[in-house]
Design a protein around this ligand. Structure first.
Ligand code: FAD
Length: 612
């Protein structure tokens, strides 16, 4: 409390709220503040205006100034754009909270459920310039004084969640922690009300809430029924994240960050690291934040050699399963890499602890990443319509070392809010879905370089952010599948997808057999050994595009050369990017099977129209 405010309990409660550093502390101090001011916290923007009039002292006013400026943007129509819209949001990760804030500015009633009761992720996210601008405009520095001081462009996940949680609460968003979304409950009969959610615990009052918009921001592992996932399978990528305590000492302050030493840019660094320590990395990033945070992509062979992974296994899940990872060796590996890459200048690295009170080191599989095929759908049951949108990791999973998660996540949060605004304005569902998909097409290609430079003009309107966007790239008749009437048969769907996966395997195999038949030295019986010599792949290319290579000149005893030739031709002439390296292709090993299937599927896609 400042001069003149000492005696006012509401002011000191507000200051406690601003500084609160844990999820439960934020919620507790906020409730205490509302009680003190006798304000009922109902999920709408009117709450914000009432609170503002109660807290009219200088420190609070600085924050209101920022939030009022935001709220005054024309897109929100003075908080009336979505005044009759009721939204449920799943997940208090950065993207769920960021979406909640936009929907609150639009005037919607917003209720958010979060299954956990703490924010415990120390890991640090890279912020693109627009996200920094955005967070500043929401008053981030008021809640977290260290926010992007100097040239820093990152923040720990938990601090980001805390900032957004506070803003969301101030804007009237109703937040329920320890409540898990389990599924949707459609209205039982015509005229019997709207859509509701099945929750755990079922006693949660949110169970009574009827809503017409559902936003899922439940992270990478949670996708509501009705959405199909698309898997992007790259080459084997094993990520390690680790956090060390930051004592903020002078010595620590002086150590330089590493904002992405990609292997290709600095071969010598990685060679030296390998020679000195036996650690072989593709890349490493170091951010100095609440903690000293490192994220690196490690090569499997070096993890095996250093005893981190106990036994080589065919599938990545078993490879990285708890039983197959030596935790002690993993800790040493991470610490050694951190020490080497900071030139041993961070004194006495001491592991920060995670939410289980264990050293904060984790190893993850980034070999395949998921994205949803679509960003939204509309369901209708007994005349009640529900708009469902995905945001954040639930929509597109990021590759952590590139730190695209929160930037693309915020873009999607704005896109989702734009969609809800258009929904509230009565846009026809198919027009709305077509527009949403047109915008979604842009998301994966976004980078700070190809989005609009004028970040201060960014708003939920997509044309302020994406360059040359065509909002009608996808036509309403292409999104009919996204308007679902009645129930979604989940079990039936699962069975289907398993079958179709089996059939897809057989189908692809038989297609490859047909089109490589008769070529010298080629017999395709599987997706491993049959492709080792490289002849099968060359044959496949030759079969459809004979001018691209001279099959007769190939030597079956030069597998690396043959594979490299095929990979290069495919990339340059057919636009098919490599999934495996020529060495991996020539190994013909079991673990690469899925990679090869993914790769060959692209040939199938490219050539199927030219089959004779
Ligand atoms: P999340 O941050 O994952 O939030 C989803 C929220 O939804 C969670 O709080 C979860 O508890 C909640 N939830 C899930 N299901 C339900 C349900 N059914 N009902 C209610 N609540 C539900 N990115 C990086 O760039 N670098 C990193 O080092 C990094 N480390 C990470 C470590 C972990 C353990 C995780 C999970 C993610 C990490 N990420 C990292 C990803 C990064 O956190 C996300 O890209 C970013 O936070 C945006 O995510 P989001 O809001 O979409 O989802």
């Amino acid at each position: 409390p400042q001069d003149g405010e000492q005696g006012n309990p509401a002011h000191s409660l507000f200051e406690t709220f601003l500084r609160a550093n844990h999820c439960e502390e934020v919620l507790g101090s906020f409730q205490a503040l509302c009680r003190q001011l006798a304000l009922e916290h109902k999920g709408q923007l009117q709450f914000y205006h009432k609170l503002k009039s109660c807290l009219n002292y200088w420190s609070a006013k600085a924050l209101w100034g920022k939030l009022d400026k935001k709220a005054g943007h024309k897109d929100y129509d003075q908080g009336k754009a979505c005044a009759n819209t009721k939204c449920l949001i799943i997940g208090a990760g950065p993207c769920g909270l960021r979406t909640a804030i936009e929907l609150a500015f639009l005037g919607a009633r917003v209720v958010l459920v979060e299954k956990r009761d703490s924010f415990s992720r120390n890991n640090v996210l890279h912020l693109w310039p627009f996200t920094i601008h955005d967070l500043r405009a929401l008053g981030a520095k008021k809640f977290y004084g260290r926010f992007c001081t100097g040239a820093l462009d990152h923040i720990s996940i938990r601090q980001l969640q805390l900032i957004l949680l506070k803003v969301a609460l101030l804007l009237g968003v109703e937040i329920h922690i320890n409540v898990q979304f389990k599924g949707l409950i459609p209205p039982a009969a015509k005229g019997s009300g709207g859509w509701k959610a099945a929750l755990q615990p079922s006693s949660s009052p949110v169970g009574q809430y009827e809503f017409d918009v559902l936003i899922s921001a439940g992270g990478g592992k949670f996708v509501p029924e009705g959405f199909k996932r698309k898997e992007t399978r790259g080459k084997l990528a094993i990520g390690i994240t680790t956090n060390f305590v930051n004592h903020h000492s002078r010595a620590e302050v002086e150590v330089a960050e590493i904002s992405g030493v990609a292997r290709i840019y600095n071969q010598q660094f990685f060679q030296n690291l390998y020679n000195k320590t036996g650690i072989d990395l593709e890349n490493i990033v170091y951010y100095k934040d609440d903690t000293h945070y490192f994220v690196m992509t490690a090569k499997k062979q070096s993890l095996l050699q250093k005893g981190v992974i106990v036994q080589d296994k065919a599938d990545i899940e078993s490879l990285l399963s708890a039983e197959n990872v030596n935790q002690e060796a993993l800790l040493s590996y991470a610490k050694e890499a951190a020490n080497f890459s900071t030139n041993y200048q961070l004194p006495d690295l001491e592991f920060a602890l995670n939410h289980r009170n264990h050293p904060d080191v984790d190893m993850f599989d980034f070999t395949c990443m998921n994205r949803s095929e679509n960003a939204a759908l509309v369901r209708e049951c007994h005349g009640a319509r529900l708009l469902i949108g995905l945001v954040g990791d639930c929509l597109v999973e990021p590759f952590w070392p590139l730190g695209t998660g929160v930037a693309r996540g915020f873009l999607a949060a704005f896109d989702a809010a734009w969609m809800v605004k258009r929904w509230a304005a009565g846009t026809a569902p198919l027009d709305l879905l077509a527009e949403r998909e047109s915008i979604y097409q842009q998301l994966s290609q976004t980078s700070p370089d190809n989005t609009n430079k004028n970040t201060s003009q960014y708003s939920i309107d997509p044309t302020t952010r994406y360059r040359n966007i065509n909002l009608q790239a996808i036509k309403p008749n292409q999104v009919r599948d996204l308007y679902v009437v009645g129930k979604i048969e989940i079990n039936h769907k699962k069975r289907d997808s398993r079958n179709s996966r089996g059939n897809a395997y057989e189908g692809l195999l038989s297609w490859c057999q047909t089109h490589t038949e008769g070529y010298r030295g080629v017999t395709v019986t599987d997706f491993t050994h049959s492709w080792k010599s490289g002849l099968a792949l060359c044959a496949l290319i030759h079969r459809f595009r004979p001018s691209l290579l001279d099959f007769n000149s190939l030597d079956q005893h030069s597998p690396l050369k043959n594979n490299q030739l095929a990979l290069d031709i495919a990339e340059q002439e057919l636009g098919i990017p490599p999934v495996l390296s020529s060495t991996e292709m020539a190994a013909g090993a079991e673990p690469n099977q899925l990679g090869l299937i993914t790769y060959l599927s692209q040939f199938y896609e490219a050539f199927k129209s030219s089959e004779r």
